[in-house]
Design a binder for this molecule. Structure first.
Ligand code: DGP
Length: 124
């Protein structure tokens, strides 16, 4: 399987600074910013800086350093938002992938949703 990355996707443009974003955290390997269409009081997207379409793509082809950097950034974002289990009320993390995952933007992103209950895992 070959993953085809479209470098004109909206998150690639955000990474290149062509489109503004409300940054929560930037590290060597990840950028976190508020979702333009927030579904909960706290709704942040965390993306790796590398060109990965989806989580499966990232899991198979990213380097160990990229995977650690991205994962640690997610932990830091949880701390920044105050949703960590150790200090807050928790969160829902979602990584939509491909057609059946109903992924709109083809650059890997995880949604961190908090500030109120995320409800049941799948509604329909
Ligand atoms: P998904 O369906 O998982 O691919 O979700 C894509 C999310 O990206 C969706 O919740 C809306 C958000 N989004 C789309 N365009 C932009 C944008 O230009 N800026 C920001 N901050 N978020 C965006």
């Amino acid at each position: 399987m070959t993953y085809i990355y479209d470098n004109q996707n909206i998150f690639a443009k955000i990474l290149r600074g062509e489109i503004p974003n409300d940054t929560v955290l930037e590290t060597d390997h990840a950028l976190a910013f508020r979702d333009i269409n927030a579904q909960r009081p706290l709704h942040v997207l965390v993306i790796p800086k590398g060109s990965y379409v989806s989580f499966d793509h990232f899991a198979k082809e990213a380097s160990g350093i990229e995977i650690i950097g991205f994962t640690r950034a997610i932990g830091k974002v949880c701390d920044i938002l105050g949703v960590s289990i150790d200090a807050g009320d928790g969160f829902r993390m979602i990584a939509n992938s491909g057609e059946h995952g109903v992924q709109e933007v083809p650059h890997l992103h995880v949604h961190i949703l908090g500030g109120s209950s995320a409800g049941r895992m799948i509604q329909s």
